[in-house]
Design a protein around this ligand. Structure first.
Ligand SMILES: Cc1cc2nc3c(=O)[nH]c(=O)nc-3n(C[C@H](O)[C@H](O)[C@H](O)COP(=O)(O)OP(=O)(O)OC[C@H]3O[C@@H](n4cnc5c(N)ncnc54)[C@H](O)[C@@H]3O)c2cc1C
Length: 452
């Protein structure tokens, strides 16, 4: 690319930035993708754990079959085959004392499978299941309103029983919205239910990467370069230089000034605010970005000398640990790792505000106590290594107030477009929301309609 020509600039190489770049390049544009860190993937990345030498993610990510934008991106990058899909939605639930239950939708095709799966749940009353099925039908018929309700208000309004809220709805809300039922926006829950649970068998499949997340997304570097586009890592955008309400250039941390044609920003709200011209920072349109709040996710990786967990993953009930994943069954491991550490688990605590202030050692102790109660066999397994990752700003806090201020892709600056999981996607902060926002911002910048 000649250096003096105005360029299509995409700021941030997370999932939104990667998808925006794919969207623009497929429409025939050359782009320059600029990332402040030395890696691709943003909040969805992997690295080598220094103690065990194993590749782990910054937090276990779960995808769903309804992630059509993200799956398109992976297909384009040639990495879709690295995903492991369930044949139909099936989730095991494990109580604090080890009691097990399962939601298995594979017994009948389509929606009948979901109905039978709910009816066969062992540890909830028939009354609770019928209430849940009634609500499910009403959601599918579009016969519910969520406006301005929290998920808890919504579930109470539609007569969900306390046991169903605790044992069924809460794990879904925490996993998909990263907020407690008392805080989370019901509008977002409804969209998740519509897309994931009522979109058919393929849509509701859970999908997990069999390799570190970075391996899924890093091919974007070669893909873009092969098409005459560029990727700049370790380069922070410090300033958008505007004239007549147009970004004429961007200034980088390396002192470069790059002339811009169109700019798609995929960076989070506060970093975006910092790079805007002063008068825009205080304008009504952008000052509202200061109101965004964030929610943490705490991830705990554990390595043991003996195996004790016999499923791929499970939702834990009545414990701090919410999800437990069996990395030896879900991800590719070397023979050496398997012999040294036969059991390798990852645990997830969404909306984990109370854990953020606790030391990693204490978090591991707490998780071990819970594991020993839920899996009595684990008492014979010695913990050999552990790693705690606290992502303090894992996602925006999905409240009704924040839902109202999520911005659209177009801005008052004529050639500046916004993307990122926090923009107005109609979805919670997810890989799919991020990817969908990237394509939507690309479409707005291109002023064309295309579909994938
Ligand atoms: C622990 C954890 C677990 C999660 N689990 C799931 C899950 O199971 N399923 C799911 O769907 N989602 C999950 N998510 C959410 C998902 O990871 C995010 O929604 C998604 O990765 C956000 O992508 P993004 O591109 O919008 O933002 P980001 O990933 O934040 O990308 C923004 C990029 O911009 C860069 N940047 C910032 N400022 C500048 C600047 N000035 N100049 C240049 N670059 C800049 C950043 O370094 C970053 O790379 C999880 C998130 C976390 C943290």
């Amino acid at each position: 690319m000649p250096t003096n020509e105005p360029k299509w600039i995409i700021i941030g190489a997370g999932i939104a930035g990667i998808s925006a770049a794919v969207g623009c390049v497929l429409a025939g544009k050359k782009v320059i993708l600029i990332e402040q860190s030395g890696y691709i993937g943003g909040r969805a990345r992997s690295f080598t754990d220094t103690t065990t030498g194993e590749i782990i993610d910054n937090g276990q990510h779960v995808l769903m079959g309804c992630y059509t934008s993200l799956l398109f991106t992976l297909k384009t990058l040639g990495t879709e085959h690295l995903l492991k899909r369930q044949s139909a939605l099936s989730v095991q639930f494990i109580d604090a004392d080890g009691e097990r239950d399962i939601l298995d939708t594979s017994l009948l095709p389509g929606k009948a499978g979901l109905i039978l799966g709910i009816l066969k749940l062992k540890n909830v009353s028939l009354h609770s299941k019928i209430r849940a099925l009634e609500l499910a039908f009403r959601i599918q018929l579009g016969n519910v309103t969520a406006s301005n309700k929290t998920t808890l208000e919504f579930l109470n309004y539609y007569s969900q029983t306390p046991e169903m809220i605790e044992r069924f709805w809460t794990p879904i809300i925490l996993a998909t919205l990263n907020a407690s039922p008392a805080n989370a926006s019901a509008t977002l829950l409804l969209e998740v239910m519509r897309r994931a649970f009522f979109g058919g068998r393929l849509a509701s499949q859970l999908i997990i990467s069999s390799v570190g997340l970075s391996e899924l997304f890093e091919p974007i570097i070669k893909w873009l370069r092969d098409q005459g586009s560029e990727v700049l890592l370790n380069t922070r955008i410090e300033k958008l230089n505007c004239e007549n309400n147009t970004v004429v250039s961007v200034t980088t941390s390396k002192g470069l000034e790059i002339q811009s044609d169109k700019v798609i920003s995929t960076i989070p709200p506060i970093p975006l605010l910092r790079i805007l011209p002063q008068e825009k920072q205080t304008s009504n349109e952008f000052a509202v970005l200061k109101k965004f709040q964030f929610s943490p996710i705490v991830s705990v990786y554990l390595w043991f000398d003996h195996k004790f967990f016999d499923a791929d993953f499970a939702a834990m009930l009545g414990t701090k640990t919410q999800w437990i994943f069996n990395r030896r069954r879900l991800t590719v491991s070397t023979q050496e790792s398997i012999s040294r550490y036969p059991e390798h688990l990852s645990l997830t605590v969404s909306s984990g505000n109370d854990l953020v202030e606790i030391t990693p050692d204490d978090i591991v102790k707490l998780c071990l106590q819970e594991i020993h109660k839920a899996f009595p066999n684990s008492i014979h397994s010695n913990l050999l290594a552990s790693k705690v990752i606290k992502e303090k700003s894992a996602t925006f806090l999905a409240t009704t107030e924040i839902e109202r201020i999520r911005p659209l892709h177009n801005t008052s600056i004529s050639n500046l477009f916004l993307a990122g999981d926090w923009t107005a996607t109609g979805l919670p902060a997810t890989l799919e929301g991020a990817s969908q926002s990237g394509y939507s911002a690309a479409k707005s910048a291109l002023s064309i309609n295309y579909s994938h």
